[in-house]
Unconditional design. Structure first.
Length: 329
């Protein structure tokens, strides 16, 4: 069975964009692939975090993984820091990554361009750790959004470089980009990706734990246009196209089917349908989330997942260190 790996960096609450772009695909893929889904808490601290808030976000992230349908019997779910081999291979990968490659990574460049101060070395080098996260499990596929493909490309480049230098150490992974819903945009500014750091507040971002009336209000207030036509045209109708992406992702309807369904109807009717689909999804997730919090499934899942992941990771790390010449026994 082919292996697929991905992780989420829960520096804030998980939102609808995380669910559509990542979590629901994890659930689908666990039926076809050997799924490894980890919580990337090392990546969280590349920017300052409030410790209490981070702890809560990490626990919520595990609970939401499970509430969205990830099955610990089918997927390996764990905290990144519970498998210390990630950090050790991360340094080794860092030593085989060129400065020019890191200079091209967008997150550090974007923050630097915005004039943000006191950027950390961890933020600069985290793509190397991300590569280690992938390579340590010999993943075949990595599900990513379009904006994250460059990280998989860096991972591939480093893997090929080290394979050429030391022999066949790593499987070279392929990015898996969903055709629909890979990049859900802000409801208040559809030119930007849906994010908890939306500069216009949280009106543009629907969190998975939002109360249903609040989520519905955000959809009904979403920015659209004056054309009055439900048509998929991201360039000229970005707001409507974004809502169509959301509806299509949650219901499975094609863009053509959505256009036909709302032909001659106003944006109010269309937004109501999107809001219904979103609220139906959130209600199911939240019901299961509350059940999970009242059980001991989180601790059991993380413990068993870490044990399984460590067995794989330690074997790969030992192979790499021996090939490089770092082992003397």
């Amino acid at each position: 069975m082919k292996r697929m790996l991905s992780g989420i960096k829960p520096t804030g609450q998980l939102h609808l964009g995380n669910y559509i772009g990542a979590l629901r695909h994890f659930v689908e893929n666990q039926e076809e692939y050997e799924m490894i889904a980890f919580i990337a808490n090392l990546h969280c601290i590349t920017v300052p975090q409030d410790p209490d808030e981070l702890r809560k976000n990490l626990r919520d992230c595990v609970a939401l993984y499970l509430a969205c349908g990830l099955d610990p019997k089918k997927s390996t779910i764990f905290l990144q820091t519970d498998v210390m081999e990630h950090a050790q291979l991360g340094f080794i990968i860092n030593c085989h990554t060129y400065l020019g490659e890191l200079n091209r990574m967008t997150q550090f460049k974007d923050k630097q361009a915005k004039g943000e101060k006191n950027l950390s070395g961890g933020l600069y080098t985290y793509p190397a750790l991300m590569a280690a996260d992938i390579l340590i499990y010999d993943a075949d596929y990595v599900p990513v959004g379009e904006d994250q493909k460059q990280h998989v490309e860096l991972c591939r480049d480093v893997a090929i470089r080290m394979n050429n230098r030391y022999g066949e150490l790593f499987r070279v992974p392929e990015p898996a980009v969903p055709k629909v819903g890979a990049r859900i945009m802000s409801l208040s500014d559809p030119s930007k990706k849906m994010s908890k750091s939306d500069t216009l507040g949280d009106k543009g971002c629907i969190y998975l734990l939002d109360p249903l009336p609040k989520a519905r209000k955000k959809i009904m207030s979403a920015k659209t246009d004056s054309l009055g036509i439900v048509h998929f045209d991201p360039e000229n109708q970005p707001g409507i196209s974004n809502l169509m992406q959301i509806l299509s992702s949650l219901t499975g309807e094609s863009m053509d089917a959505i256009e036909k369904e709302f032909e001659g109807k106003g944006y109010g009717d269309f937004k109501k349908a999107v809001a219904n689909a979103v609220c139906d999804t959130l209600e199911k997730i939240q019901t299961r989330y509350n059940e999970i919090l009242e059980s001991d499934i989180i601790d059991t899942t993380l413990r068993e997942g870490a044990e399984k992941a460590r067995a794989m990771a330690s074997k790969k790390l030992d192979q790499v260190q021996r090939a490089i010449g770092m082992e003397i026994r």
